[in-house]
Design a protein around this ligand. Structure first.
Ligand code: ZN
Length: 113
């Protein structure tokens, strides 16, 4: 598992969850016949793209992989912030629409009298 870039992040609910150190992808539901490298190859990953074992990676490649890893971490953090911002925007939009409904109901009531 480690040679394929994975480390254990399992929990009680996901006892076989593993995460790639470089691309941060998580895989679970491992079968006894699964080959970690082959499972990892199904997704884009800078470490897998090198097609080297950890022992064969040069210092320059290690630095480049670390840069890719930092980019993946930043992207994930940015996605979280964007998601929260969108959620907040939807809540504000709903509040504005609700206010519009209240004002329209008040306007209709006033016209009746
Ligand atoms: Zn990976």
């Amino acid at each position: 598992m480690a040679e394929a870039g994975f480390y254990f992040v399992g929990t009680a609910n996901e006892p076989d969850l593993a995460r790639c150190y470089y691309c941060r992808r998580e895989l679970d539901g491992w079968e006894p016949t699964d080959v970690p490298w082959d499972e990892h190859k199904r997704r884009e990953c800078p470490y897998i793209s090198l097609n080297k074992t950890p022992q064969d990676i040069t210092v320059e490649e290690a630095f480049n992989l670390e840069a890719e890893r930092q980019c993946a971490l930043l992207k994930k953090a940015a996605d979280t912030v964007v998601g929260k911002f969108r959620e907040h925007g939807q809540e504000q939009k709903q509040k504005i629409e609700d206010l519009g409904c209240v004002k329209q109901k008040r306007a209709r009531r006033k016209k009746r009298y």
